[in-house]
Design a protein. Structure first.
Length: 197
């Protein structure tokens, strides 16, 4: 077990969004979180990643977590290039990224087809390009669990396939993936499903 939630509950302004949700995530597994809009998928992922403290229940994390939220508009206000944005995923406290980190950044950018964009600002990109950059930032991290909210939204078929290949490699290496998706083919990649709503 690398991640678990026990009877997690959460809500906003008195409205319950999550009610006693429990799950266990094993190493080398893919878990899909499904349900209609408004069912609490994004809230659950924020809770699992530690971005939101649940109002009830508990979450146990046994490893480093990399998180790709669905809404990341605030990062567009930062004057970051694509390479700088991806590189953020390799920062560890006060340690400056070294050669291995730079190589990891270059590799993930190549794999996701964004090397040619490295000097562009994030706010200058199309929706699909921007999504690939944010995915690169998440997937370049050496994590035990990758929590991804709608990871392939706005991506074309070829880019989706690249992402799925990268996720399969992370799982084969022993990492776990938890993802929310409206894409039935993507949800079908999962061995476990948590259905909300």
């Amino acid at each position: 077990m690398v991640l678990s939630a026990v009877r997690v509950g959460h809500g906003y302004a008195g409205v319950t969004v999550l009610r006693e949700v429990s799950l266990t995530v094993a190493p080398g597994s893919v878990t899909a979180v499904t349900g209609p809009n408004g069912s609490g998928k994004s809230t659950l992922l924020h809770v699992l990643a530690g971005e939101v403290t649940p109002q009830s229940g508990r979450v146990v994390r046994d490893c480093r977590v990399a998180f790709l939220p669905q809404r990341t508009g605030e990062i567009d206000a930062l004057p970051l290039t694509v390479r700088e944005c991806v590189g953020i995923g390799r920062f560890r406290g006060w340690r400056w990224p070294g050669r291995a980190d730079r190589l990891a950044v270059a590799e993930i950018m190549e794999r996701l087809g964004i090397t040619s964009l490295e000097r562009r600002r994030l706010r200058e990109l199309s929706g699909g390009q921007r999504q690939r950059v944010l995915l690169a930032q998440a997937l370049v991290q050496p994590a035990g669990v990758y929590i991804l909210d709608e990871p392939t939204v706005a991506l074309d078929t070829a880019s989706r396939a690249r992402v799925h290949d990268l996720l399969a490699e992370r799982v084969a290496a022993g990492a776990a993936v938890v993802l929310a998706s409206h894409d039935e083919a993507e949800a079908a990649l999962a061995g476990e499903t948590v259905s909300l709503g």
